[in-house]
Design a protein around this ligand. Sequence first.
Ligand code: ADP
Ligand code: NI
Length: 216
Amino acid sequence: MRKTKDEVIQLAEQFAKQYLEKDPSGHDWWHIHRVRQLALEIARRERADNYVCELAALLHDVADEKLNESKQKGLDKVHDWLMITEDDPSVIDQVMYIISNMSYNGGKNAPLATLEGQVVQDADRLDALGAIGIARTFAYSGWKGQLIYNPEIKENEDGHHSFDKTAIQHFEDKLFKLKDLMNTPYARELAESRHQFMEEYIRQFHKEWNGGHATP
Ligand code: ADP
Ligand code: NI
């Protein structure tokens, strides 16, 4: 018998919890929950398909490359699950398209081709910003074994100078770039204030690091 959308959503919740409930790398169940809430709110404003957005939000990190043997294995896991849970092949295609293509990848990827993809990507990126984004950055960094910060410039074998990959470095590398990459107007608006909060945080961080003096 065909499952209702509500039933599929409930099963997707269980599936995501099974893999991510206690994930220590910033992708625990509550990240999924926040992305889902944000995706539903953005979808409502953009008149996107809320079922596709909610399902993709719930499944997006089950396939994460970092938490699976490979990107393909992660995607296969979600695809296999969708094949036994969701009857509509068009929904399966749409969700697989989103979770296969929404990752940051250095900001080099072309914008997602579907409105639902743009909505879920914005929701996931918003959860990397602001107070929650800061918390997740340090959680991830600890999980990876990175330092909080290292102001010393290092020299590579090929003579190039670089900084260590640290939690603080991640703000420049990625987080401060996200606000200009938002797809939808509402996400851009939310991103703006979260961005400002992170700037304030980084200013204060360097001030404390320098014994109370603001950096030039
Ligand atoms: P998602 O797929 O949920 O957007 P990611 O897997 O890219 O998240 O990262 C999880 C969290 O860890 C995010 O908040 C992200 O900003 C942070 N993060 C990712 N890479 C690094 C890194 N090298 N150093 C510190 N934080 C990171
Ligand atoms: Ni995510």
